[in-house]
Design a protein around this ligand. Structure first.
Ligand SMILES: [Zn+2]
Length: 117
């Protein structure tokens, strides 16, 4: 079981690195939340298989909270596809190119509002 865990985890890691390099911004935006939900389910499943069901409620709650936080605080730029993450809020502008992440066409450079320190 540990071998399967390592193989699947390395596969997911390498696959996501490749996808990050080659996928379109639209694909990244569409696929991110389903991807992290699947990863969370796999992680909780592996922990339960390896550790038994005595901590399953705790594992599911922690994985669910982390998944929701990532779904809310990670956004991919519609222009350049860059991964943008802010720890406690939804990023509004791309850290690489300054494009608005909500897709309204405005940019950080245009309105002079530097929201990233
Ligand atoms: Zn960008």
């Amino acid at each position: 079981m540990q071998t399967a865990f390592v193989v699947i985890w390395v596969g997911l890691f390498v696959g996501s690195l490749i996808a990050y390099q080659v996928a379109s911004p639209a694909f990244k935006r569409a696929a991110y939340v389903p991807f992290i939900v699947v990863v969370g389910i796999l992680f909780a499943g592996f922990v339960t298989l390896l550790d038994g069901t005595r901590n399953v409620a705790f594992v599911v709650i922690v994985v669910a909270v982390i998944t929701v936080i990532n779904a809310v605080t990670v956004r991919f730029c519609p222009e350049c596809g860059t991964y943008n993450h802010r720890p406690f809020s939804r990023p509004q502008y791309c850290t690489k190119c300054g494009a608005a992440l909500d897709g309204d066409g405005g940019t950080r450079k245009d309105d002079g509002d530097l929201r990233h320190p």
